[in-house]
Design a binder for this molecule. Structure first.
Ligand SMILES: [Zn+2]
Length: 180
């Protein structure tokens, strides 16, 4: 049971204990970066969900979205190989798994899709101009086994796919240029 101090949070935690219905309107705790707990209502794509699946659970959402759509998952890379995190293999250049900063899915029109919507390549918020790298089994394994990444909350991630895809309908202001 997470350590929670406010009455509202305690009440929420109590209610989350029995949530199993993916269509419930009760929040569950989704654990993100630095073990921050986000109160997210499954299937409810609101700011809390966007925060959780941007800050520490992007891998879960990318995996869920990729499975549902067939769109390949793509890693957006940080500028440097840190050399000080458990995923660092050193000397692997762009392919060092420690450089994975965010995960998106590559829509057929070239857009990068995450919990916040569809973005032009190189214009994903907080990852502008980041190099991208197709996810491989090796890179997924690096994420799955690294203590630097939280265990993916797949049930909640899966519940966000339909709302996200619905939000994209009619929201295609530009087709991305596809360069040969
Ligand atoms: Zn590295």
């Amino acid at each position: 049971m997470p350590h929670l101090t406010t009455g509202r949070a305690l009440e929420t935690a109590d209610r989350t204990a029995t949530v199993t219905d993916p269509h419930s309107d009760k929040p569950v705790l989704v654990i993100g970066n630095s073990y921050r707990a986000f109160e997210v209502i499954p299937g409810h794509l609101d700011d809390a969900a966007r925060q959780a699946f941007t800050h520490g659970q992007c891998h879960a959402f990318a995996r869920a979205l990729s499975a549902a759509t067939g769109w390949p998952a793509v890693a957006l890379l940080t500028e440097d190989c840190h050399g000080n995190d458990s995923m660092c293999l050193g000397g692997r250049g762009a392919h060092c798994p420690c450089r994975i900063g965010h995960l998106v899915c590559l829509r057929p029109d070239g857009a990068h899709v995450d919990i916040n919507g569809a973005h032009q390549p190189l214009q994903v918020p907080s990852c502008a101009n980041a190099l991208s790298l197709p996810m491989t089994a090796e890179l997924w394994s690096a994420i799955d086994t690294s203590p630097a990444w939280r265990e993916p909350n797949m049930p909640v991630a899966v519940s966000m796919v339909a709302p996200l895809l619905t939000s994209l309908i009619g929201d295609v202001p530009h087709r991305c240029e596809v360069r040969a």
